[in-house]
Design a protein around this ligand. Structure first.
Ligand code: HEM
Length: 496
């Protein structure tokens, strides 16, 4: 029985708990501070929706996040800003090594981005969501209110494509189930089964994570915070600025819809059935969202009922005969690869886990998926084009893509790991010369290995392999933000 404290939903920004799917209209304001005092005054009182359930849902929702540049521009003391995670302080685009690891090279190079670099790093991100027909007036009112303290650097608009991302696939199916009840026992030594249930501390600072520990965050002298901040659960003599907050990763990803479908069509020799098959193999799901792995009689902790499009693992598809090992969803969440496969039993487990096993090395790359889950909150932008339209057009899919957003308590261990060690990895799960079929830059790896291949294993052992994949997704901007708890937001707005 858990003795954990209840979660303070009223202090958590709603985006952590809700995707705001009914709020089909959304826009993201990228703001720079021009008048510190006016900016702080607005932030001190701006109405922010919490994670509490409200019936009926509010017509409009506002959420606020800060970059580290933004915290400094608002006059937050360096001692406080510097206590956040190193990658948040440096930022997404300020380090050549990080750019290489994230695949931000070539046409993805930050020097080409529309926003997210130098004076184009947003200080404050304001996320606006609204029920149909309500966004325009809401956005004008908010912009009028914050105009005294900020200049609008950009406004990222979104489109409602009915849950279909621009390549034409149903998106937003797979999400970790956050343990809001705080019942999940973290730190189980040998967790053999894939679970979709994930500790709250993986997404919110101030709560135990999957290691059973508390992720580092700024813990302040209570004299500074008074009663305005909660005390840290793991250090009751400190005020917890991180509690109920989450890091928010944002990347503007342009999708070359025509390029994608025309390439797949060429590979399929114009055969419509084969074209669909190949495109689905690259994603790991059919366009209607059905996984390529047929959900077998598997019960997954935190999974939906049988028939749920997310109730499956790769347990019965070890070799990738149904869902290629390199498919986008298999790279971004290898599910039951927590432990190298093998016979049950402690000796066998120890042997495999300690690496005295031929298969263990290959499986290191996909180890421990439960430490690398992402809560995805992205929104599409631009005009939807069906595959048939894409094949009929001569050129140019316009500017369409995904404003990728994900939340997590540890950017390095969650977003950066998934992007680098799984999506961009050239030898993911023992595959040769590949990277994520959707996200890859196709630039050769540092040792010259090609990354533009894609293999579909076959039962006779000879994989069907295509090469020469073009780059389908280009990064146009991005930044790391902190989405504070609501008390922390007010503290940051008024901190000395
Ligand atoms: C334009 C770029 C992208 C496109 C078109 C795209 C498309 C998709 C689609 C169609 C799905 C399947 C729907 C679902 O399972 O919910 C999916 C799942 C997923 N994607 Fe992406 N994605 C993109 C970028 C990214 C990035 C940058 C990441 C992280 C680095 C990512 C991580 C994931 C994860 C974690 C899943 C769920 C996998 C699972 O649990 O089975 N995606 N994506």
């Amino acid at each position: 029985m858990s003795t954990a404290l209840p979660v303070e939903l009223a202090d958590v920004q709603g985006l952590v708990r809700f995707g705001y799917k009914h709020h089909t209209e959304a826009s993201f304001l990228l703001l720079r501070v021009t008048d510190r005092d006016a900016a702080r005054r607005w932030l001190a009182t701006v109405p922010v929706c919490s994670a509490e359930t409200v019936e009926p849902p509010p017509a409009t929702v506002l959420q606020v996040a800060f970059s580290s540049d933004g915290m400094r521009a608002l006059g937050i003391a360096d001692t406080i800003v510097d206590a956040f995670a190193a990658e948040f302080i440096t930022g997404m685009a300020n380090n050549a090594n990080r750019a290489r690891r994230l695949g931000d090279v070539g046409s993805n190079d930050p020097s080409r981005w529309r926003w997210g670099v130098g004076a184009r790093v947003p200080h404050v991100l304001v996320l606006l969501y609204a029920l149909p027909g309500r966004l325009a007036a809401f956005q004008s009112a908010i912009e009028a209110q914050c105009g005294a303290g900020f200049e609008r650097m950009d406004c990222l608009t979104t489109s409602n494509l009915d849950g279909i991302e621009p390549f034409g696939f149903t998106d937003g199916i797979s999400q970790p189930l956050v343990d809001w009840q705080r019942e999940r026992v973290a730190k189980d030594a040998e967790r053999r089964d894939y679970s979709n249930l994930s500790c709250l501390g993986e997404y919110l600072l101030g709560y135990p994570n999957e290691y059973g520990g508390y992720t580092d965050r700024p813990l302040l002298d209570p004299a500074l915070a008074g009663t305005r901040l909660p005390r840290a659960e793991d250090a009751p003599d400190r005020a917890d600025l991180g509690r109920n907050g989450s890091y928010l990763v944002m990347r503007q990803l342009r999708q070359d819809v025509l390029g994608f479908w025309q390439f797949v069509d060429r590979q399929a020799g114009g055969d419509a059935r084969r074209r669909e098959m190949l495109a689905s193999a690259m994603v790991g799901r059919r366009r209607d969202g059905a996984p390529l792995v047929v959900p077998a009689d598997e019960t997954i902790e935190g999974g939906g009922p049988p028939g749920d499009l997310n109730a499956f693992t790769y347990r019965f598809d070890r070799d990738g005969l149904r869902c290629p090992l390199g498919a986008h969803i298999r790279r971004s969440n290898p599910r039951n690869a927590d432990l190298p496969p093998g016979a049950p039993g402690l000796v066998s487990w120890a042997k495999r886990t300690l690496g005295f096993d031929a298969d263990a090395l290959a499986h290191d790359l996909v180890a421990s998926t439960r430490f690398h889950r992402l809560l995805r909150r992205g929104r599409e932008y631009g005009t939807g084009v069906s595959p048939d339209q894409a094949l009929g057009e001569a050129s140019g899919s316009g500017d369409t893509g995904l404003h990728f957003i994900c939340l997590g308590a540890n950017i390095a261990r969650q977003f950066e790991f998934v992007q680098n060690a799984w999506a961009m990895a050239v030898r993911f799960d023992g595959l040769p010369s590949e990277s994520d079929p959707l996200l890859g830059t196709r630039a050769p790896a540092a040792d010259g290995t090609a990354t533009d291949g894609f293999s579909m294993p076959r039962a006779d052992g000879a994989a069907e392999r295509i090469t020469g994949l073009p780059q389908f997704v280009t990064v146009l901007g991005g930044a790391y933000f902190f989405l504070p708890g609501i008390r922390a937001l007010r503290f940051l707005a008024t901190a000395p």
